[in-house]
Design a protein around this ligand. Structure first.
Ligand code: HXC
Length: 259
């Protein structure tokens, strides 16, 4: 269906792979547009409860935006390209289901930014992560200056972005950029197990919790708490809340129906 994206469903989880291994999965316009469509189709699929995002091949998650495509752009075209990536990554961030980046190798520039737009990140021990844009004469443009600073704090984000350094998976874990580090052969299993664990919980509650956390990052505490109270209240209009609490009282496993 798509040339540069592979989307596989396994029960109620989905795995989306950026699939341009010969260019280390670099993101060109075509790949971003296909990613947009693939995310749309996952969002509309009522069965999928968690999404794993990874890169094809064993070398790269995504080695950045496509330098060949960018090299001759003028200022206006550069801005348009940044806006396209920002829009697609915003869609990823706003997916109604949790998303997990399985970082299987290089996650550089736009690749690091793609991982940052996911809710959680698991890295292979051989992953290399960084924002090397300034070594090419550009800044990050797919929201790296914003999401990296929000994820690891401004001082660490500035060091990474100003130096363009590639850091190891262990270092990324130490600074809170990835949730955990696993051996390469365990990466997909670990990411899928996390997705399955999440998928076993009440989907609407998980989705509302995600929305509350994401909203809270951008607003003051009292606005965030007001939003939390709204989504908390909303949970009580779901069948899954009745089921979850009835199952607790009856000492049985809850069976959530996403309703
Ligand atoms: C286009 C890329 C690419 C990229 C790798 N390739 N990264 N093509 N854009 N970002 C291609 C190479 O040209 C090469 O193609 C093939 O993938 C294999 O890469 P090699 O360089 O031969 O591999 P290796 O020597 O092992 O080095 C791996 C690497 C290096 C360290 C990851 O490829 C590298 O530094 N890539 C660029 C990383 C980067 O600067 N990313 C940030 C881009 S800017 P051929 O045809 O020669 O075999 C960015 C901005 C985002 O992301 C915001 C935009 C608005």
């Amino acid at each position: 269906m798509w040339e540069n994206i592979v989307l596989e469903k396994e029960g109620n989880i989905a795995v989306l792979s950026i699939n341009r291994p010969r260019a280390l999965n670099a993101l060109n316009t075509k790949t971003l547009l296909e990613l947009d469509e693939a995310l749309e189709s996952v969002s509309k699929d009522g069965e999928v409860r968690a999404l794993v995002v990874t890169g094809s091949g064993d070398r790269a998650f995504v080695a950045g935006a496509d330098i060949n495509e960018m090299k001759d752009k003028n200022a206006m075209e550069g801005r348009e390209f940044a806006l396209l990536g920002q829009r697609v990554f915003a869609k990823l961030q706003d997916m109604p289901i949790p998303t997990i980046a399985a970082i299987n190798g290089y996650a550089l520039g736009g690749g690091c930014e793609l991982a940052l737009a996911c809710d959680m990140r698991i890295a292979s021990s051989k992953a290399k992560i960084g924002q090397p844009e300034v070594t090419l004469g550009i800044t990050p443009g797919f929201a790296g200056t914003q999401r990296l600073a929000r994820t690891v704090g401004p001082a660490i984000a500035k060091e990474l972005i100003f130096t363009g350094a590639q850091i190891s998976a262990d270092e990324a874990y130490r600074i809170g950029l990835v949730n955990r580090v696993v051996e390469p052969e365990k990466l997909m299993e670990e990411a899928k197990n996390l997705a399955l664990k999440i998928a076993s919980n009440a989907p609407i509650a998980v989705s509302l919790a995600k929305q509350a956390i994401n909203k809270g990052i951008d607003v003051d505490l009292s606005t965030g708490m007001a939003y939390e109270a709204e989504v908390f209240g909303l949970c009580f209009s779901t069948r899954d809340q009745k089921e979850g609490m009835a199952a607790f009282v009856e000492k049985r496993k809850a069976e959530f129906k996403n309703e």
